[in-house]
Every structure is written in structure tokens, then in C-alpha cells.
Design a protein around this ligand. Sequence first.
Ligand code: BDP
Length: 717
Amino acid sequence: MASLRFVFLFLLISFSASAQKDYKLWLQYNAVSNSALALEYKNNLKGIVVFGNSETIKIAQKELQTGFQDMLGTIPEIKSEIKGENNLIIGSQSNLNVEIKNELKSDFDKISTEGFIIKSFSFKSKKQIIITGKNDVAVLYGVFNFLRILQTNKSVKNLNIADSPKTNIRILNHWDNLDRTVERGYAGFSLWNWQKLPDFIDQRYLDYARANASIGINGTVLTNVNANALILTPQYLEKVEALANVFRPYGIKVYLTARFSAPIEIGNLKTADPKDTQVINWWKNKAAEIYKRIPDFGGFLVKANSEGQPGPQNYGRDHVDGANMLADAVAPFGGVIMWRAFVYSEHDANDRAKQAYAEFQPYDGKFKENVIVQVKNGAIDFQPREPFHPLFGAMPKTPLMMEFQITQEYLGFSTHLVFLPKLFQEVLESDTYQQGKGSTVAKVIDGTLYQNKLTGIAGVANIGNDLNWTGHPFAQANWYGFGRLAWNPYLDSETIADEWLKSTFSNDENFIKPVKNMMIESREAVVNYMTPLGLHHIMDTGHHYGPGPWVSNLSRPEWNPTYYHKADKNGIGFDRSKTGTNATAQYAPEVERLFDNLETCPEQDLLWFHHVSWDYKLKNGQTLWNGLALKYQEGVNQVNEMQNVWKKTEKYVDSVRFHEVEMLLEIQYKEAKWWRDACLLYFQQFSGKELPTGVEKPTQTLDYFKSLKFPFAPGNG
Ligand code: BDP
């Protein structure tokens, strides 16, 4: 009995230690196992000298101490002045002594206010390393980057890094409701415990801020775009203020979603018309009230006249009227309005993919200076693959910010391993041709294409109160990768995967190589087993869990999967070329030609832009039907291969995370087969053709797949 109890206790202890690993995200700070490298680190880090004593600097110092203790087993001596050599000096420009300031003058010229310098240099002929920037938050960014050098086992000799973020607003959008449910959230409930705030500060708020600061995220929208006006009442603003106070030292600003009808709902006004003086004043007063509590409040994110949300059009006004009215309210305090371009209407008979461009493009140049238009990466809705949104590059006089979805609403929830930076990179690298060749989406977003001052990237968060934050251990990589790309939209997804794996699991190349490869492949796998060759939006409706290509009975036509695939006896695909809806004309001529012409349209986007016959010949010589079926099978095979890769990693990974991922991959494999079988059986009704050799026969009937119902699928409000 006693020994059983001992085993149980042991299991409990080892479980919680491993569970903590999950919780620690990419900040594991594993002991450096390469002894030569560990020695190099110790030799170069004999002491720490700290300039400044703000909260932020204290956090930076503590982070270094934690990092060194865990990675090197020792903490360098904390010194009050620079004595001897091989010290690590941290502090912002204004806190440094004059000699160092002069020494680094040209380095400071290379960075922006948020940029940092990590440099080996000589001070009074003694070798030192310095981490500095123009303010303390920049120093904190530098500290996290320095620790990443150690985490990824790189040398600290002869460092010379000057790095600045390429975008200003690097922000998470939480679709969190006040009742703590999370729209499209698959990692538990909301982190924000409104009931216990403002007095109870959950340690998670600090850990959340720390994780975000470590990747350079500098803003968070706390509430759902489908907004509740109550968040703007004093009762809640007091709670928001408490969170803002926690996040501030980490350089994170708080933003809120503004429900356009708030003046009616909580302000007792009869209207929310943006031209009404009382409404204008109500928002001005509201902004003043918020800024009194939170002087660095970021501003509002607004979803208006979209999917039933109220907006200026309810009063015969337009998006410009609405955005500019709010912009005026926050402008005196330096706030911004992030106005979403995610609009489409069931009353508009036009192709849904065309509606946002049609509505917003003519507004170019009409928004106030502190408005930035937030555009989803594609014209429909966060699909496994979409061509880039035609608005990118098409509004030269308007700052546009990117909206990515980190939470996997249309990509298997938090059960499927899909490395999203690969998707993000594909979008950012896309060439809009709006200013000739090389006018990439990244250049629109970082403001270099049109010299915009206001720039930003938003990611719909995949974070909840699950022990491991994101539901799937590998979904942490999507949070991480989002942050890294928001800092530098030109980063390569392989570099990101490499960094993340090393900081999260192990530096062992035998682990890194196959697992990195698995991550990179995972994006194409999900496209293959869900929506190959340009198919899109064929998920089951409402919850978007699993396949539902047969759904055709919803009141709004553009919510039906049949609207998107248009399968019939003649073929499949949405004709958006000149012979169809002419959505291709919304792109620059070079891109328009590319997509419009069947010969040149990339096959990965084929059925997005064209309706082709089942016998259409693909580039590999297969008929469309066979090619489509083989793609579905390939997706399933890829997941199976991911399982094989993972099985071999057991010795590099703690048992909790190993088994979690193993079980999740098994679910993914099952669901990939479900997708393949359900979609092929459904499309086969139209093609009337046999499955080609190499594609496994479905073991269930189409009726069986159609009968599956998921009334409690998560994330669906
Ligand atoms: C859709 C989601 C819905 C969101 C909407 C949005 O299904 O829950 O409210 O996007 O972005 O994809 O506003």
C-alpha cells in the first residue's frame, strides 16, 4: 500500500513538473548540454550591471537571472558598476553613462524607439556585452532576444545586433466574451476573470504579458469583435484598468472593441448616428473617461455593419463616417481606431469575395490619420488557403493592417497540428504588383510600399485558460510565430520553427530536423485533406467542425458550402474569372491575368477562381477528379507520416507532451480520413467516377457523414 502511494506521489510530481513544461511555452530555458558552449556563456557573462530601476528593468533583470540559473546553473554576480571584464550591461540609452552613450552613438541611430542593440564592445579596454535601446521596454525585448541566443545555442562572442520591429501595432485580438466563453476559442475559457478583477490579479496575467513581451507583441484587444457595450461601463473599465496596469511594464497596451450602438445601450441615447452631436459627445466623454484611468490606452477595434453587428449604415452613414467619428474621440489622447474591412451582406447579390474590396476601396484617402483598416488575409474568411486579399496594395492613401487568425477555426480547432507561420508567410510574400513587381503584401503591411506611418498586424488569439494555454502543444508555435512575424514580416517560417523547437523542446539536431520538417509540411497537409486545389468554406456550418460540403439550406446563401464549391455534373469550382464574377479584376493587371487564365492560375488556387470539368487535365496529367481524390489521400498520408515522425521523438520529449501530441495526431489522422471520405463521397455524386488507384475506399456512407451532428462543438457561442 505504502509503495503504491509512493508511485502515485511520484507520478503526481512528475506529471506536474511536465505539465509545468507545457505552461512554460517557449521559455523553457533548458540547461545548456553542450559543455563547451556552456563554458563560453559563463566566461562571457561574469557579472550583470543594470542601469535604471523601472518596473520594466526589474522584470528584465529577473528574466536574465531566471534564464541563467536554468540554462547555466548559475547567476552572474549583480554589480552596481562596471568593474572588470565580461559583464552583461543592460539599460536604456538615457540611463547609460556618457562614455557608453558616445561609444554607441552610431548604433542608436540604427534603431527605432522600440528597437534594441545587443553588442560586444570594449569599455575602458575591457570586453563587455551590452543590451540597450531607447527605452526600457526595448531593453526588455533585447533581453529576451539575448536569452534566445542562448536557448538556441548560438555563440555570444562578437555580438553586433541592431533590430527594430517593422510594424508599430503588433497585437492579439481576443474574441473573449464577458461570460468568459471565447468565440472560436478551443483552449478553454477566457483568461480574463472579470468577476475577480480588479482586486484579484491572477499570476496568469503576468505570465501572459511576459510571453507576449518575449516575442515583441505590444498590444492586446481584450474583447470580442462581436462586442458587448458593457465593457465600456465604469464597472468593467475598472477591471480593464487593472489589466492595463499589469501589462504596462511589459510594453503591452490594452485596447477594447467598441460596440457601435453603445451610446444607446449604455448611454441612454436614442441613436448611435455618428453625425449626431450627442453621440459624438458621448464617445468623446467615454474616451476621456477611459484615458483618465488608462493614459496609454491603445484605442478601439470595431466590427461594424458586418454579420449583424450595428454600425453607421444603420443611420444611412458609411464606414468613413463611423471610423472618423471614433477617431476624433481618441485622437487627443493618441489613440487609434482599427476599423475592420470584414464586411459582406446577404442583401448583396455579388460574389462574397468581392464585397469588402467593392465597399472599402473607394474610401481610400478618406479616413482620419489615426484610423487603420484591418483586413483579413484573404477575401473570404481564414481558410486553410486563400489567395491574398485584393485590398492589399489597392488603398495607397490608407494604412491597412493585417488580420490573421491564430485560433484554428477552419483548420481543425486545437486538435490538429498545423504550423501557421507557413500560411502567414505565403500571404506576406504574395506580390500585389500594385507598384510593379515586388510590391509584396509585407511591404503594404510594414508601410514601406506607400510610406504609411501607422502600421500593424493583428492575430486572433488561440489562447485560453487551458494548462498549456493553446490546447495543442504545437499551437503554441502559432502564437510564437505570429509574434515573430509581426515584429518582422520577412522572417522565414523555417527559422521560426527552428527557434521555437529549440526554445520549447530540445537543441538536438536528431529531434529538430524531422520535427521541423513535420511542422513545415503540416500546413499543406491540412489543405490537402480539407480543401485541396482551391476549394474553400466547405466546413460544416456554424461550428465549422468537420466537413459539410452538402450544406445548402441556410437562409444566407453565402453561408452555404454549396455556394463556394458549385459542384455539378459538369465540374466543380467558383468561376471568379471574366466569364464568372470577375473577382480577378480586383487585383493589379499582372495578378488579374495570372489568376484569370486557366493556364497560368496556380493549381493551388484553381477552384477558387475557376469552374472546371471533372475531366480537366491537371499539370501532372491527372484528370481533375483523380487529382482531387489523390490530394485528399495525400493529406491523410501526410498526417500518417507526421505520426511516424513524432513516434521517434519519445526520447527527446517529456512524457506528458509526448503523449499529448501522440493522442492529438491520432485524432487528426482520424479526422483527416473523415474529411477525405465525406468530401469524396459527396463530390462523387456529381463526377460519377470511381476513385482512382491509391485512394482508400471509404468505410462509411455519405448518409452516415451527413447524419453527424455536433451541438456542443466548442467555440460556437
Ligand atoms: C468568422 C467567425 C465569426 C467571427 C467573424 C469575424 O466565424 O465567429 O465573428 O469571422 O471575423 O470567421 O468577425
